[in-house]
Design a protein around this ligand. Structure first.
Ligand SMILES: Nc1nc2c(c(=O)[nH]1)N[C@H]1C(S)=C(S)[C@@H](COP(=O)(O)O)O[C@H]1N2
Ligand SMILES: [Mo]
Length: 240
């Protein structure tokens, strides 16, 4: 393993924490009387993995991109409910609320977002359920948006609220990555309702469940915000 990394891990007490947790699992693994202890230990290891992965993340490395001819039309749908239960958002009255460590918290309209510089990316979307597709997304780089609004770029987290109550959050390094956009279009057309109209997050550096659709609010914070699947035990970092 990388020597600098080992030193960083040691300095942060992560290696020590890992060994302690390992013993904890051995001690609790067979104890049927305290299954919650095993769960706690596994959760602690998952959190530790999140932190190690965050340390390993290369902010300048780009994920693979694909030719526009490979864009799947229409994209594949997924949510924690059926596509027939999607409740379309009205783009004319929609507003994006801002909170936390952001200087200018004036709410944004769709026209405001459309007026910012846009970027197009053709990237693979990977869902933990075991399927993927190549999609073409156009929108405002999240970095540009955070800079324009005077967000504290040294904060730890960027958190999202959505119209369907699917809280989500990513680390600041992922938020500032060039392949992370507030997507307004798919394949050159405004997002269709099932895919997050008017605005959803698309990032090439996270698994599918960390790409919230129908965003209604963005908060910059140092307090761990968690997320919908994360609160059910899925890893929070979920990088790729
Ligand atoms: N608001 C909201 N965003 C969401 C979800 C959801 O249920 N609600 N599901 C997530 C999951 S698990 C996946 S795989 C992708 C699916 O995005 P797609 O419909 O564009 O394929 O959206 C993510 N974002
Ligand atoms: Mo997913």
């Amino acid at each position: 393993m990388h020597r600098t990394l080992i030193r960083t891990l040691e300095r942060r007490g992560l290696l020590r924490a890992g060994l302690t947790l390992g013993s904890l699992v051995m001690l609790t693994g067979c104890d049927v009387k305290r299954p919650e202890a095993v769960e706690e230990a596994l959760l602690a290891i998952s959190n530790l993995n999140d932190r190690v992965q965050a340390l390993l993340f290369d902010a300048n490395k780009l994920a693979p991109t694909y030719p526009a001819s490979m864009i799947l039309r229409p994209p594949k749908f997924n949510a924690y409910y059926d596509v027939t239960d999607v409740k379309p958002v009205n783009g004319a009255t929609w507003k994006l609320e801002l909170g936390g460590l952001i200087q200018n918290k004036r709410p944004w309209t769709l026209q405001d977002l459309q007026a910012l510089p846009q970027r197009s990316i053709v990237i693979k979307h990977i869902c933990v359920e075991g399927w993927s597709y190549i999609g073409g997304w156009t929108g405002v780089p999240l970095r540009t948006f955070l800079e324009r609004t005077g967000a504290d770029l040294r904060a730890k987290y960027v958190a999202f609220q959505t119209a369907d109550n699917y809280p989500s959050s990513i680390d600041m390094a992922a938020a500032l990555h060039p392949q992370t956009v507030l997507a307004l279009q798919y394949g050159g057309q405004p997002l269709a309702d099932p895919f997050g109209f008017p605005v959803r997050l698309r990032t090439a550096v996270k698994l599918g469940y960390k790409n919230p659709k129908w965003i209604t609010a963005i908060e910059v914070t140092n307090t761990y915000p968690g997320g919908f699947w994360e609160s059910k035990g899925f890893p929070w970092f979920a990088g790729m």
